[in-house]
Design a protein around this ligand. Sequence first.
Ligand code: PLP
Length: 402
Amino acid sequence: MIAEKMKNMVANSSAIRAMFEEGNRLAEIYGAENVFDFSLGNPNVPAPEAVKKAVKELIDEENPVVLHGYTNSNSGYADVRETIALSLNERFETNFEGKNIVMTVGAAGGLNVILKSLINPGDEVIAFAPYFGEYRSYTNNYDGVLVEISPDTKTFQPKLDEFEKKITDKTKAVIINTPNNPTGVVYSEETILKLTAIMEAKQKELGTEIFLISDEPYRELVYDGAEVPYLTKYYNNTVVGYSYSKSLSLPGERIGYLVIPDEAADSADLLAAANVATRILGFVNAPTLQQKVVAKCVHEKTDISFYDRNRETLYEGLKECGFECIKPEGAFYLFVKSPLADEKRFCAAAKKHNILIVPGSSFACPGFVRLAYCVSYETIVNSLPRFRKLAEELKEQTDESI
Ligand code: PLP
């Protein structure tokens, strides 16, 4: 029989994945062009040409024994880590060295490595709802306890009063994600200053260390000139988790990195722990070919104008249908208020029109739904008449009659 802990995990297994599988099933029945699958954050923009070129060059020119071998350090190739550190220093006026970078198996791998390195059983990890639902599982992997801060459903900025009250002597880490999945909200510098001031004060008051884990797979995906502050500059005990899944459209390649600055408490120990965690969680090291690819593509960018056009068209189109939503400044998600009190019923009603969307309860924020607009422009345009029909249908119905 499977482990007790896994029984719960299987039972609560990601609604997002289930929806994606449903999308494939519907596409087989109705044809892919008649299914409007907004369920998964799988980028529809191809990786930049430079990625293809880098893969080809590496395969043709690198020693295959090195290229496909284990890396000599579990934290990654020294030259790759150095290149990434220098590029961060150029962009954000930081002073990292290669040793501050740990190559990871995407953001998911990075979060698991840092939580494994930090969490003792019973330690608390704070997250602001709505949040990426996997944070709960990742925390639970190390017998930590996820403490939730309720959402501010007007602005989706973090509720700092509640945050301050919920920090205890058990709080070991706070995870933030900006630009945010599922809301697309970017936390302003003012918010970051307030949040980090609270953490500084609480560390002093409680005599503890509280780590800020900045989960940043969407850092590069911002619109209208929005600025995303680099958090190590605001708070010493910050660890950044980065991923190339969305920034270079490489989600299947499983590549990212952690930044553990010298200023973080017990930085050398934390770096050593992250190195060992990478090994013993079974990753051993981040994929070697992909480490070299991202180092060659360190200045490359995805085509943000593609997502921006989708964002404008879907946001304006949904508003015209009467749906309520704040305009996202980043990532590629819209978080829409459900016209029905139970948003799962709304998702079910949408599915009847072959529209697949994810209930907000998957992100600890019921009453809303998430649409991932990293789909083709045609999907957006062709979905709008369906959304209009859905809106009209819902006007005439109550929760119970759906
Ligand atoms: N964190 C957030 C907020 C995400 O949305 C995702 C993926 O969608 C991840 C982490 C995991 O990303 P990766 O593919 O880099 O593991």
